[in-house]
Design a protein around this ligand. Structure first.
Ligand SMILES: [Zn+2]
Length: 118
């Protein structure tokens, strides 16, 4: 297995950056970027093993989004079972006073806490 991939954006070689220039004399070209696998370690899975940067990833997705959606189609929503706990907590807001100042007005808020169902 090779330690390198070529950027998978089919238009990577059309983007004009100095880093893509290869060749000598009058035979210069813009070349697809070569990517060292695992260059960011295990951070953000391995998507950056296949695309040299976010621009190339987005160009790829815009070009092949329909095919990707057809290949990995979603025909119905998925659901994750959860427990919801409602909790009251102390909150406050500021109210303007007649003398141009402000005063802190406490009130009770509620929030929902989502927990994984075990
Ligand atoms: Zn690229």
């Amino acid at each position: 297995m090779s330690d390198y991939n070529w950027c998978h954006n089919p238009d990577c070689h059309k983007i004009q950056t100095q880093s893509r220039i290869r060749g000598s004399g009058d035979n210069k070209v813009l070349r697809t970027v070569k990517i060292k696998q695992g260059r960011y370690g295990s951070y953000q899975a391995n998507i950056w093993d296949f695309f040299c940067n976010q621009n190339c990833l987005m160009q790829f997705l815009c070009k092949f989004g329909r095919e990707i959606a057809n290949t990995y189609s979603v025909k119905q929503p998925s659901e994750t079972p959860i427990k919801v706990k409602t909790e009251k907590y102390d909150n406050y807001r500021y109210r303007w006073t007649e003398n141009g100042g402000s005063e802190r007005v406490p009130f009770t808020s509620t929030r929902k806490i989502i927990e994984n169902k075990s």
